[in-house]
Design a protein around this ligand. Structure first.
Ligand SMILES: *Cc1c(COP(=O)(O)O)cnc(C)c1O
Length: 355
């Protein structure tokens, strides 16, 4: 399939909901933009590419994804520059990662043209939904799921690929309190932890609920075998500032290869800050906390961007983290990423795409 064979039929809404949205008080995940992009996989081909008004789907109760979990997704964001143009951040990397997830779950690959043309067409149509308020952006949710109306564990023959978008503000109102999880796990070697498959998030809800009942906002996942090494925090990658170095667990079979994470690593290296991507033990971090040497611990992901932790809890003890200083790495890299994404900073890494 090449770019000129990608025909997208467009049916525009006659009733935009844009006026109903309060862009000065955006709540994460509440408002969905006017249109969605849909492609259907049938007979070994992606077809019926279309943009239609956002609305309900009609599906068989036997829809395979609902029973056997062939469902994967992505999360990315679009921004506006001062000229009002829409900019996408590292969208190609999201397309590649969706295909990696698809391979692991025996789902079809999505051609670049289908993903990128569907995405850019949708964003052009709903450009009015991209917020220009500071700290706000348009969250983009591409996802694929199995649609065979069939009972039985096998790879489906038919799929939907959909993209819809949502204008969003900040994710956490204040720095989260996080707890090192020592019983439940998110991912094990040989499993699906490196994919953004729906089941990973369902499985994390119960441990997160228990932590919330204890007064924490989020978990720090540890390795499945010994709970000795740090993996991620909730649905974010995790990073630390220690002795002037940026530390982050290396990407593995049990962690998600986050685009925010690798962007921060690239920026730190560009600034000449030492970066260590390696196994990080819980003990190393707790020892640094006890000695008052941990400068910062933060989550990194598309939804939160960069989220410094207020507290890390381990074996029933709460360790407070120092306040983030104005000129700290955490603040500088956060501001740099924001400026890059809103076109105020020169795109020296070649990450931005004008829609
Ligand atoms: C999506 C996700 C991340 C962050 O990835 P980004 O590409 O930076 O958004 C990290 N961990 C998990 C488990 C995720 O699902």
């Amino acid at each position: 399939m090449t770019a000129d064979t990608v025909q997208i039929e467009v049916q525009q809404t006659t009733q935009s909901r844009l006026q109903e949205v309060d862009f000065n008080n955006l709540v994460f995940g509440r408002n969905i933009s006017d249109h969605m992009f849909i492609a259907e996989y049938k007979n070994g081909q992606w077809q019926d590419l279309r943009i239609v008004p956002y609305g309900d789907l009609s599906l068989s109760p036997a829809t395979a994804a609902l029973h056997y979990g062939q469902a994967i997704f992505e999360g990315m964001k679009a921004y506006k520059n001062d000229a009002g143009e829409v900019l996408l951040f590292r969208a190609i990397d999201n397309w590649k990662r969706l295909n990696k997830s698809a391979e692991r779950l025996c789902m079809p690959q999505i051609p670049e043209e289908v993903f990128m043309n569907g995405l850019t067409e949708l964003l052009r149509l709903d450009a009015g939904w991209v917020p220009s308020q500071p700290g706000c952006s348009l969250y983009i949710r591409p996802y694929m799921f199995a649609t065979d109306p069939y009972i039985g564990v096998k790879a489906s023959d038919s799929y939907y690929f959909i993209i819809f978008t949502s204008p969003v503000g900040t994710y956490y109102a204040k720095p989260p309190r996080v707890k090192v999880e020592q019983h439940f796990i998110r991912a094990a070697e040989g499993g699906v932890g490196a994919t953004k498959c729906a089941g990973n998030y369902a499985g994390s809800l119960y441990p997160a609920k228990l932590a919330q009942q204890e007064g924490y906002d989020q978990l720090i996942w540890t390795d499945a075998r010994d709970h000795e090494y740090i993996e991620e925090s909730g649905t974010m990658n995790i990073m630390f500032m220690l002795d002037g170095k940026l530390l982050t667990p290396h990407v593995s079979e049990t962690t998600l290869d986050g685009i925010t994470r690798k962007s921060i690593v690239a920026i730190a290296e560009h600034w000449g800050i030492p970066v260590e991507e390696r196994r990080i033990s819980v003990k190393e971090i707790i020892d640094a906390l006890k000695a008052g040497k941990l400068e910062a611990a933060f989550g990194a992901g598309t939804a939160v961007v960069i989220s410094p932790f207020a507290t890390i809890a381990y074996e029933g003890v709460d360790y407070a983290l120092p306040e983030i200083k104005e000129d700290s790495f955490v603040n500088r890299v956060k501001n740099y990423l924001t400026d890059l994404r809103t076109g105020k900073e020169e795109d020296i890494f070649g990450w931005m795409l004008k829609v």
